[in-house]
Design a protein around this ligand. Structure first.
Ligand SMILES: Cc1ncc(COP(=O)(O)O)c(C=O)c1O
Length: 390
């Protein structure tokens, strides 16, 4: 089935003779079993609120279908999905290989939290490919990548990385949030586990936080289940409902994010204020050839490296924006633009570019209006620059 069909049909209720079109919110802590037989049978299915209700099962089913996995478990945030997935596979004395380009809090979890439990993390250049062989040891239990990288958008050669990891007995976990599970299928490209911050495109309306962990084999699925259980994770049924509702229109929204993102990126490459646009679909972006080979599209999040500009110019740029807002998330209906700093979060391949780096999220507004907004902001930047010179 096409993703379009999966997103409409998966996780729907099947009761007879009539039922709501979408699985409704089932909020509860306590599940009651009318008979002893039901109690014994129920213990294998839905037992207690923290372990999920039909609202959670429905969303899990839909994400499993989208990612092409065996089983999905939900986490209360994208970050906790990353954390729980890593914890599922490591113990004291093990090593994690982590891409230098991961979401900063995932990196901090490895650097600060895993370290306390004697799990070492070695960071690798996102463009490493099969050369990851030089870093892998019998202690390596997890290779964690996010493709494309947060902030810098390098696309990883996942099949090459996974081949080396598997030859050495390590699991491969991929943060697949950028592609929304639509434009990239990590589980078909060598990953054992695919994670999404459903907070972004899946829920799509900037009104809830949620994470998903999809695995493709029973052993991994079991370990992930116990990891979440032992962390005491609980996902709100309301957030599970909102995410599944968002997924129903994902295939209507995502191509718009893609189209507008590409229009903005192309327009920005021609601006004199811009050094480089960091977008997987743009040739100059490291790993563009792997995006072409392994991905089927692009979403609305990308980076823009400006030529060096002094603070008053940058301030004038941001303060002149009317349609783009400054906000730390992305994947919702609204356009966002913030300044980011990868310098502090890179060790394998230091970020040494001069000039401010912007992260843009192309929302669902008309692309031409967004271009006018950016144009106005660049003009304000120029005025501030000239004022400084005068
Ligand atoms: C790539 C990526 N992964 C994970 C997360 C964490 O998601 P959440 O905010 O739901 O914890 C984010 C959040 O921005 C992200 O950008």
């Amino acid at each position: 089935m096409d993703d379009k069909t999966k997103l409409i049909t998966a996780g729907r209720p099947h009761w007879r003779p009539a039922h709501p079109v979408n699985t409704p919110v089932e909020r509860t802590s306590t599940i009651l079993f009318p008979t002893y037989d039901d109690f014994i049978e129920g213990k294998r299915k839905i037992t207690y609120g923290r372990l999920g209700t039909s609202s959670h099962r429905a969303l899990e089913e839909a994400i499993t279908a989208l990612e092409g996995g065996l089983e999905t478990r939900l986490a209360p945030s994208g970050l906790q999905a990353c954390v729980a997935a890593i914890l599922a596979f490591v113990e004291a004395g093990d090593t994690v290989l982590m891409s230098d380009g991961v979401y900063d809090p995932t990196r901090k979890f490895a650097e600060k939290f895993l370290k306390k439990f004697n799990v070492e993390t070695i960071f690798f250049d996102p463009t490493i490919g099969a050369d990851i062989d030089a870093l892998i040891t019998p202690k390596t239990k997890v290779v964690f990548a996010e493709s494309p990288s947060s902030l810098t958008f390098e696309v990883h050669d996942l099949p090459a990385i996974a081949a080396v990891a598997h030859a050495n007995g390590a699991k491969v976990i991929v943060d697949n949030t950028w592609s929304a599970g639509v434009y990239f299928k990590p589980l078909s490209h060598g990953a054992d586990v695919s994670i999404q911050a459903c907070t972004k495109y899946l829920s799509g309306h900037s009104d809830c936080l949620l994470g998903s962990i999809t695995s493709c084999d029973e052993t991994s699925a079991k370990k992930i289940f116990y990891s979440l259980l032992q962390l005491g994770s609980n996902v709100s049924a309301d957030d599970a409902f909102l995410t599944l509702r968002g997924m129903r229109t994902l295939m209507a929204r995502l191509p718009m994010h893609q189209e507008t993102g590409l229009k903005l990126a192309k327009w920005l490459t021609k601006r004199p204020e811009v050094q480089r646009v960091l977008h997987p679909a743009i040739k100059q972006t490291p790993g563009h050839q792997f995006w072409k080979r392994d991905f089927t599209g692009s979403t609305g999040l990308f980076g823009v490296l400006l030529h060096p500009v002094e603070t008053p110019g940058l301030k004038a740029f941001f303060n002149a924006l009317r349609l783009f807002s400054m906000g730390f998330s992305w994947g919702g209906f609204e356009s966002l633009c913030i300044e980011v700093d990868p310098e502090a979060n890179r060790s394998a391949k230091p970020w040494q570019e001069e000039g401010p780096l912007l992260r843009i999220h192309a929302g669902l507004e008309a692309a031409n209006d967004l271009i006018t907004d950016l144009d106005t902001a660049f003009k304000a930047m120029e005025v501030a620059r000239n004022d400084q010179i005068a």
